[in-house]
Design a protein around this ligand. Structure first.
Ligand SMILES: C[S@@+](CC[C@H](N)C(=O)[O-])C[C@H]1O[C@@H](n2cnc3c(N)ncnc32)[C@H](O)[C@@H]1O
Length: 207
């Protein structure tokens, strides 16, 4: 089973799953929207069923939201039909694939980077697709910072394909990759009780 098939299969369940910690999610959204400007063109990569993209859209000029799962994008698009107000543009695309509108003022990647391979190359692409002076905002599970038993459990779940394939990295490694790509770190914080998924605001220097 490819990763894409895994996420296609999980999309209907993902759409129905309630947000685990609503207070932490709302705090994250407040931090994101505090950075956004009405003129911004935003890209959300790995948008899933589009809930966050829909929340961001009223604050900016345009949101493009991509996911490689056709099923996630189908559900995200169907949900738009039931809602009024500014709508994101949902596109099926591989993460950080070249798409026409680049570079973006802000790129968001929530619960995504750990699902990708070759993080240095991914972060380099994010840098190229962010306009000078723009932001790359991510929240990523850093399993290398988790207790040994948790990493062992994830490896078992991956082996039996209950969990998707993940890259096991630490917050320090992710931060180093971002800096090596050319970003400066504006902010790192955690929301709620979760200490394994740092929210990192990285800025591409203006010049
Ligand atoms: C854990 S979900 C997170 C969804 C959403 N960002 C959120 O925070 O709720 C991960 C999403 O990333 C997508 N994804 C995983 N690997 C991807 C890839 N290589 N390219 C594009 N999307 C990918 C999956 O289809 C899934 O929708």
């Amino acid at each position: 089973m490819t990763s894409q098939t895994f996420w296609d299969r999980h999309a209907p369940g993902y759409a129905k799953k309630p947000i685990a910690d609503v207070t932490a999610y709302e705090e994250k959204l407040r931090c994101v929207t505090a950075i956004l400007k009405p003129s911004d063109h935003v890209l959300e990569v790995g948008c899933g069923t589009g809930g966050t993209a829909r929340r961001i859209a009223p604050f900016v000029a345009h949101v493009t939201a991509t996911d490689f799962s056709a099923e996630m994008i189908r559900i995200a698009s169907a949900r738009l039909e039931a809602e009024a107000g500014p709508a994101p543009e949902f596109l099926q695309a591989e993460a950080f694939q070249d798409i026409t509108e680049q570079p973006y003022d802000v790129i968001c990647a929530f619960s995504l980077l750990h699902l990708l391979e070759d993080i240095p190359s991914v972060v380099n692409k994010a840098f190229r697709q962010t306009r000078p002076g723009g932001r790359f905002i991510s929240k990523t599970v850093c399993l290398k910072d988790a207790p040994q038993w948790m990493r062992a459990m994830v490896r078992v779940l991956m082996a039996v394909r209950i969990a998707p394939k993940v890259t096991i990295l630490s917050r320090a490694e992710l931060t180093r990759h971002l800096i090596e790509a050319g970003f400066e770190i504006d902010q790192t914080q955690y929301f709620g009780k979760n200490r394994l998924s740092p929210f990192i605001v990285a800025r591409r220097p203006a010049n």
